[in-house]
Unconditional design. Structure first.
Length: 324
């Protein structure tokens, strides 16, 4: 991330800023508990430069290290906030939490924290780490973060406009929670979306996971039609919803020679079925228009984010569409 300001408020009580030297020390010690923190250091204490055979990394001055933290004035980071920054267009990752001394009346018990289904995959270890009082580790997310897109580590900038987008997403999630029991499939989609980070994007199972969430939001089981019936449902419904997205997806921004929108959804679902049925994908012929696993996954993940956002904005519409 690039700093446009010393500190920027993402939502009330949650400020994004560069980590202090003491916090970097705590972060490294915490990551060493997972094996080692070389991958983290490699990404945050150097810059990558393209060369003929790939990339080379050059060390940078400590004052320019790229460690960022979200400073929170509560005991734990809200799962609603974590969902909001994950849904944001550039998708921030919360890799772990460092716990520092806090006032007794602000304390949230571990039991209360784990009542939220979005936190149930978190691993908790309390220990003394420098000036910190404990750490909440999420090792799968940490290792996936280091592994995913390892050769394409881009620095992003966050502006006041981006912070407003995150605030809007947070408000959507928080407001939806108040009526979540009325829309069980959307609530389930939120939980499943939160756990996608437990799966590496490099595996085909990440792709199947995305489609399973899309299906749970929009598809019902058509009698006797199987995959063909689901493909028909999804292609029609996603075409309609794409026109209602704040920023509709443009196929040519993801694929060189795409088919129309409905046929592209059909090809994407065909690839999902190929994986689920244990077959081999052929991007040279039947799946040529979606080109590769990487391009298909990139497009589908953005589509899923937009689908979840409109589900939070218009839950009745999406719930009604599921049964059509």
């Amino acid at each position: 991330m690039k700093d446009s300001k010393e500190k920027i408020e993402l939502i009330e009580g949650h400020h994004l800023r560069k980590a202090t030297s003491e916090e970097i020390k705590d972060i490294k010690e915490g990551m060493d508990s997972l094996g080692n923190s070389d991958g983290l250091r490699h990404r945050h204490e150097s810059i990558s430069k393209p060369i003929d055979n790939g990339y080379k990394f050059e060390e940078i001055d400590e004052k320019d290290w790229n460690y960022w933290v979200i400073e929170v004035n509560k005991s734990f980071v809200s799962s609603d906030f974590v969902l909001a920054i994950t849904l944001w267009k550039n998708g921030l990752n919360k890799l772990f939490e460092l716990l520092y001394t806090f006032d007794k009346d602000e304390f949230v018990s571990i039991d209360d924290y784990f009542k939220d289904p979005l936190n149930q995959h978190t691993i908790m270890s309390i220990r003394r780490i420098g000036s910190a009082t404990g750490i909440i580790n999420q090792p799968n997310i940490y290792f996936n973060f280091l592994d995913n897109d390892a050769d394409d580590y881009n620095i992003i900038e966050i502006s006041e406009v981006d912070a407003e987008d995150i605030k809007t997403l947070y408000t959507l999630v928080r407001n939806f929670r108040a009526d979540a029991e009325k829309y069980p499939y959307i609530q389930k989609a939120l939980v499943d979306f939160g756990t996608l980070k437990m799966i590496s994007k490099k595996t085909p199972f990440f792709y199947v996971g995305i489609f399973s969430i899309i299906e749970s939001l929009l598809a019902h089981n058509p009698s006797g039609d199987g995959d063909k019936g689901i493909t028909h449902q999804l292609s029609k419904k996603l075409l309609l919803l794409n026109k209602r997205f704040k920023k509709p997806l443009v196929l040519k921004e993801y694929f060189n020679n795409p088919a129309n929108f409905e046929k592209t959804i059909g090809k994407l679902y065909n690839y999902r079925s190929t994986i689920a049925h244990g077959d081999f994908a052929n991007f040279e012929s039947t799946l040529q228009s979606i080109e590769s696993k990487e391009k298909a996954t990139e497009f589908l993940y953005v589509l899923l984010k937009n689908l979840i956002i409109i589900s939070l904005e218009e839950p009745e519409l999406v719930s009604d569409l599921k049964n059509l």
